[in-house]
Design a protein around this ligand. Structure first.
Ligand SMILES: Cc1cc2nc3c(=O)[nH]c(=O)nc-3n(C[C@H](O)[C@H](O)[C@H](O)COP(=O)(O)OP(=O)(O)OC[C@H]3O[C@@H](n4cnc5c(N)ncnc54)[C@H](O)[C@@H]3O)c2cc1C
Length: 472
């Protein structure tokens, strides 16, 4: 049995024949209604049951996106933008049917402006592709959500990940967008200038809107000079609390670490099995330092001392690129390694983020909850930002396990909110975090969000049923 979908109020209508015929005539083989293609576009890593769209359009240009939006708007057909499909909270599920607009073939790097440290890309460019294509420019794009997500999808979820502690999230790094509105208008938000006070900030409105306010068809992001020196380090700790305290001291001291990632003992066991490694099964911190040779050495020595003061052991360096990539590869495959702790499971993933001063309390109290649970609950976290994820491993056929996972999630979220934090640091709301928005923002703020949605998408065609629970 699967978790019930929170979209009961949405009615799934058959795709109007006029829309199907128009898309077929306009896009030919780039419009598919094959069950395999539709199924692929209506599922994700979340424990929610798949919900396939009625058809998939593979768009190539902004004008094509606008045409599809106009057609869907005219016929009140749901339209769901699809990037790389790596989102975790049911974002892509076509809970009311409709058209999935696959943007992965809009994957050109349009222009690099090295003097301004900017690049403009189509939305289907993935972060790895971008870094590969600009590597000879001496610049790089730092936002790294682990998965090889698309820039459009990363904008839409306001993604961050391991490097955000140093370089910020998509919120800080997007300068301008081209957006197709629900009724098919093409608008530009922002400019290539580093700052602007010209009116409402539509760029920031779109960042994190999860495909519910517009379809992003071009993205201009900041780039950074590739650091002269990079080194990585790994260190084990006697407890989660001591690892987190070492992180807090590092941040409060102003050490400009590029990455500081927490991995608990159970997650280390999973990584060891998955990657054939032999790290001690204890809580670990993974660090990365960027800067000049001297700066990196100084940062690393400071952090090594902080780690030692907090009981850290076996501080190990990796300066050679191949050693660093082995280390970070282990961290990046942690999610899939953790799933293998319980074959056939699905992870209910928590994503709270709290002010750094409350992180130790939040993690320690959460640890007590998890120790009392019957489910395996490995933890990883971008702790430098105060953000951590518990992967609560559940058998999707057992409703009692899903219910227990949601109870744990709720307790963690309520704790984070009470500490001044958020229910989702980076994954977004999707179908999973809707119930927490009132507690986090208040009813009036949520009403304002609904008013924005109504103004930009009065027919509610854009990714319906996400962010807000539909009103019966
Ligand atoms: C193993 C793993 C680890 C992860 N770790 C992290 C992490 O550390 N940090 C993090 O932030 N995330 C993480 N994620 C989640 C995921 O990678 C991000 O949410 C990512 O930003 C999604 O991008 P995507 O291209 O896959 O988007 P999709 O999954 O295709 O879409 C996500 C949402 O964006 C909308 N959308 C997509 N493209 C557009 C567009 N062009 N215009 C408008 N709306 C659009 C979709 O409708 C949907 O609502 C992880 C996922 C996995 C599987």
């Amino acid at each position: 049995m699967n978790q019930p979908l929170p979209h009961a109020a949405l009615v799934r209508q058959p795709l109007p024949v006029a829309v199907r015929d128009a898309l077929q005539a306009r896009f030919g083989e780039r419009f598919s209604t094959s069950p395999g293609v539709c199924d692929h576009h209506g599922r994700d890593e979340s424990p929610f049951p798949p919900a396939a769209p009625d058809g998939v359009v593979f768009a190539h240009t902004t004008e094509e996106v606008a045409e599809v939006a106009r057609l869907c708007n005219e016929h009140r057909v749901p339209l769901i933008a699809y990037g790389a499909g790596s989102s975790l909270e049911g974002h892509l599920l076509a809970v009311a049917g409709g058209i999935s607009l696959d943007l992965s073939e809009m994957n050109k790097v349009l222009s690099v402006q090295p003097e301004d440290l900017n690049v403009t890309v189509q939305p289907g460019v993935t972060r790895k592709q971008l870094n590969q294509e600009i590597k000879d420019s001496g610049l790089f794009f730092p936002i790294d959500p682990g998965a090889d997500a698309s820039l459009g999808g990363m904008c839409a979820t306001r993604a961050s990940g391991t490097n955000a502690v140093r370089y910020g999230t998509m919120r800080e790094n997007v300068l301008a967008l081209t957006v197709v509105t629900a009724d098919g208008r093409i608008i530009k938000t922002g400019t290539h200038a580093r700052k602007s006070s010209a009116g409402y900030d539509l760029t920031r409105l779109m960042i994190g809107s999860e495909g519910t306010l517009g379809i992003i068809t071009e993205v201009t992001v900041r780039l950074y000079p590739q650091p002269e020196a990079i080194s990585a380090a790994i260190c084990s700790f006697p407890s989660m609390g001591s690892a987190v305290r070492a992180t807090i001291e590092t941040i409060q001291l102003g050490v400009p670490v590029a990455r500081v990632e927490f991995v608990d003992a159970l997650a280390i066991r999973a990584i060891n099995r998955h990657d054939n490694l032999s790290m001690p099964e204890a809580p670990h911190l993974f660090f990365e330092f960027h800067g000049t040779e001297a700066g990196v050495k100084e940062q690393a020595e400071t952090v090594q001392q902080i780690a030692a003061d907090n009981g850290g052991q076996g501080f190990e360096w990796a300066t050679r690129p191949e050693d660093r990539s082995r280390l970070w590869n282990a961290r990046h495959t942690a999610y899939f390694a953790m799933l293998q702790l319980k074959p056939g499971c699905k992870a209910v993933t928590t994503d709270v983020c709290v002010p750094i001063s409350r992180l130790a309390d939040c993690v320690t109290e959460t640890e007590r909850d998890l120790n009392a649970s019957s489910l395996p609950c490995p933890i990883v976290g971008h702790v430098g930002d105060g953000n951590f994820h518990v992967a609560i491993l559940t058998d999707p056929e057992k409703p009692e396990e899903l219910a227990e996972a949601e109870t744990i999630n709720r307790r963690i979220v309520e704790r984070a909110l009470a500490m001044g934090g958020t229910c989702t640091g980076e994954h977004g709301v999707g179908l999973h975090k809707m119930d927490f928005l009132v507690s986090e923002h208040g009813e009036d703020a949520l009403d304002l969000m609904r008013a924005i949605k109504n103004a930009l998408d009065p027919n509610h065609i854009l990714n319906p049923g996400k962010i807000f629970r539909p009103v019966r």
